[in-house]
Design a protein around this ligand. Structure first.
Ligand code: ATP
Length: 236
């Protein structure tokens, strides 16, 4: 059984249909990409999962129907969302952001172990541990957003366009660190990304959306080899 399963998911903004039957499946511990151009419906798919957008079709997590579930409950059952634009708390320090991420947990020792691990994984955050999040670079803020989400110890991480606004080499570093986090922790990930080359550093399989529909689904290796993917999403 998949950890997350979307079948024929639909969504509207007012009268405008933006998801027109999206299906995908994330296995336990797996990483799946959602690729596609601006406006294809990638972000809306994540919002349907977290209950921010009302959806039709079927959305199941760990066998449970979660379609229409309230956003705070979705978080409590183990789905963390790192939205586009990161959502770190700018006036709080790195340390405080990480502690806020763990607010549902009580195991102090395990919380500290996780913080130590994350500071080793993201050395920049270690250097900036007592700085306010707003003073960090874009790449550091993205790392902090992921680290903060991880502190909730979710089973599934939804990651939206982690490369947004980052220099190419920074974006690669961020993706490679997230890939390590995934392998070492076994946390499953659903990753929205416009830059397919970056997504392929992290995901095993991906689906391509166009105007709210899946048009292609395959393994990273399969998709990388396709001319239409190269032309549309890899820059030639
Ligand atoms: P992006 O990379 O821009 O986030 P995306 O693939 O994630 O692209 P969505 O953000 O899911 O696409 O948007 C899908 C469609 O819905 C687009 O045509 C967009 O203009 C429209 N849309 C998004 N948010 C809203 C909203 N709050 N109200 C109305 N229309 C919206």
């Amino acid at each position: 059984m998949a950890l997350l399963e979307l079948e024929n998911v639909t969504a509207f903004y007012g009268p405008v249909q933006v998801l027109d039957g999206v299906s995908l499946s994330v296995p336990e511990g797996g990483a799946v990409g959602i690729l596609g151009a601006n406006g294809a419906g990638k972000t809306t798919t994540l919002r349907a999962i977290t209950g921010v957008v009302r959806a039709g079709g079927s959305i199941r997590f760990d066998g449970q129907d979660i379609r229409g579930m309230r956003t705070d409950r979705v978080a409590r059952i183990g789905i963390a969302h790192v939205p586009e634009g990161r959502g770190t708390l700018g006036s709080l320090t790195v340390r405080e952001n990480l502690r806020v991420g763990a607010y549902l947990r009580k195991d102090r020792k395990a919380i500290q172990t996780d913080i130590d691990y994350l500071l080793e994984l993201f050395p920049n955050l270690k250097e900036r541990y007592r700085s306010s999040a707003s003073a960090l670079s874009g790449g550091e803020q993205q790392m902090l957003a992921v680290a903060r989400a991880f502190m909730a110890r979710p089973r599934l991480l939804l990651l939206d366009e982690a490369s947004l606004g980052l220099a190419p080499s920074t974006a690669k570093n961020v993706y490679d660190a997230i890939a390590r986090l995934r392998v070492e922790s076994g946390i499953a990930m659903l990753v929205v990304e416009q830059n397919a080359n970056l997504a392929f550093r992290l995901v095993d399989t991906a689906t391509v959306l166009e105007t709210g529909r899946n048009v292609l689904t395959g393994t990273s290796a399969e998709l990388k080899g396709m001319d239409e993917i190269r032309r549309a999403y890899l820059g030639g």
